[in-house]
Design a protein around this ligand. Sequence first.
Ligand code: RP5
Length: 163
Amino acid sequence: MAKKTVAKTTPTVVILLGSKSDLPVIEGMYPLLERFGLSYGVEVASAHRQPEKLKRIINASEKGGTQVYVAAAGMAAHLPGVVASMTAKPVIGVPVAAGPLQGFDALMSIVQMPPGVPVATVAVGSAGARNAACLAARILALKDAKVATAVDEYRKDLARGGK
Ligand code: RP5
């Protein structure tokens, strides 16, 4: 399931999913994170169905030095907000189009966090997931010159018509 799990290494970026069914949405993040030189791990931990597992992952990854969390979920999509309640690190929320409301439900849920507990919310679906990777890189580039260079190179590629 996971490309690189939190259990084996402690990655800089931890990607959390509300369900295994969300996995296809985040696939586009992998090449971007690799290009930016960022280690990452993927874990399924539903805020509703597996809150204790989620807490364990957050605690272990925080201890290990994870810097940014990305959380993707559909429907009621409480996962990103719950993650933001458990860590002071930046949390990026990716709304997933699951169920009859096509991601509008998840978008509204993730973006409407109460003051003091921010979740940086990106677009619904795979475009949002890719932007989550880019935003994580921009955050980490503030303190890491190598990541900053990789982000600049990526932006140059975009200007040349790349994706
Ligand atoms: C959310 O409910 C998950 O993030 C997923 O997007 C959606 C459906 O989950 P499954 O029924 O596919 O497990 O919690």
